[in-house]
Design a protein around this ligand. Structure first.
Ligand SMILES: Nc1ncnc2c1ncn2[C@@H]1O[C@H](COP(=O)(O)OP(=O)(O)O)[C@@H](O)[C@H]1O
Ligand SMILES: [Mg+2]
Length: 247
């Protein structure tokens, strides 16, 4: 079953076509990777899905409903959560308070009391491995924990689909391994995932399928193995990165 679909998604900024007539399908239960060079349009794509921007052309369908042009809070309530590439915690607030804000909005937030939201937040923080840092102020966290808090805020919204934008950037080798485990655990909990990532080791280990953007256009789409072996993808993006990986 297709849970999220983009048809002919186009987003222009003044003269620049950041996303150019892109189609994609996300099937319920899968992890779909979105890769491509810096500036390819990946974050813009996520921002269109999440309602930060209305598409200039094309439509986004979530559970067969056309959600193009809805506001971010409306899309959050329908069941799409997202993280931000530039992490955005409320700096003066604790980890628990940050996650509680997520729990008050989103798909199941309506009608939740502050206390119920806090309880939900605590559950999610345990789930992402921040259970022992709940009273720490968000701006005191290291990079890996900030990224986990981003994941927690998105999950606290109770989404059916979550959009992860470079949640592994800046992490070291062992932190990436833990992040891979967390992403799989999120999927096993029943959430469908669209993930933007540059860490190829992670892409190979978590994604069922991948699509590739280059100058806003989709240049490949298919199984992880097939896309990573595609000559156009290697030319446009993988290059040395890929050769280093396969030795
Ligand atoms: N709000 C904006 N206004 C103008 N240009 C933007 C804006 N957001 C992104 N862009 C441009 O759109 C292109 C795609 O950016 P982005 O989606 O962030 O790429 P990626 O996430 O793949 O690195 C880039 O050329 C970027 O400079
Ligand atoms: Mg980006």
């Amino acid at each position: 079953m297709v849970i999220l679909e983009g048809r002919n998604i186009t987003k222009k900024f003044a003269g620049l076509v950041a996303v150019d007539r892109v189609d994609f399908k996300l099937h319920k239960g899968e992890i779909l990777g979105l890769i491509g060079p810096n500036g390819a349009g990946k974050t813009t794509m996520v921002n269109v899905i999440a309602g930060i921007y209305a598409p200039t052309e094309g439509d986004v369908f979530f559970k067969e409903k056309n959600i193009s042009g809805l506001k971010p809070y409306q899309i959050g309530r329908l069941g799409i959560g997202r993280t931000f590439q530039i992490v955005k915690p409320f700096p003066g607030m604790t980890v628990r308070e940050n996650a509680s804000v997520g729990a008050m909005f989103g798909a199941r937030g309506k009608g939740r009391s502050a206390r119920q939201a806090e309880k939900k937040a605590e559950e999610i923080l345990d789930f992402v491995g921040l259970g022992d840092q709940m009273d720490v102020r968000a701006d005191q966290l290291n990079v890996a924990s900030r990224k986990r808090l981003e994941v927690a805020k998105a999950l606290a919204m109770g989404p059916d689909v979550v959009l992860f934008d470079e949640v592994m950037a800046g992490l070291n080798f062992s932190e990436i391994d833990r992040a891979i485990d967390l992403i799989r655990k999120v999927r096993d909990s029943g959430i469908t995932i669209l993930i933007i990532e540059h860490v190829m080791r992670a892409i190979k280990r978590v994604c069922d399928r991948i699509f590739v953007l280059h100058h806003g256009q989709k240049i490949a789409d298919g199984s992880t193995d097939a896309v990573l072996a595609d000559e156009n993808v290697i030319q446009a993006y993988l290059g040395k990165r890929y050769k280093a990986l396969v030795g």
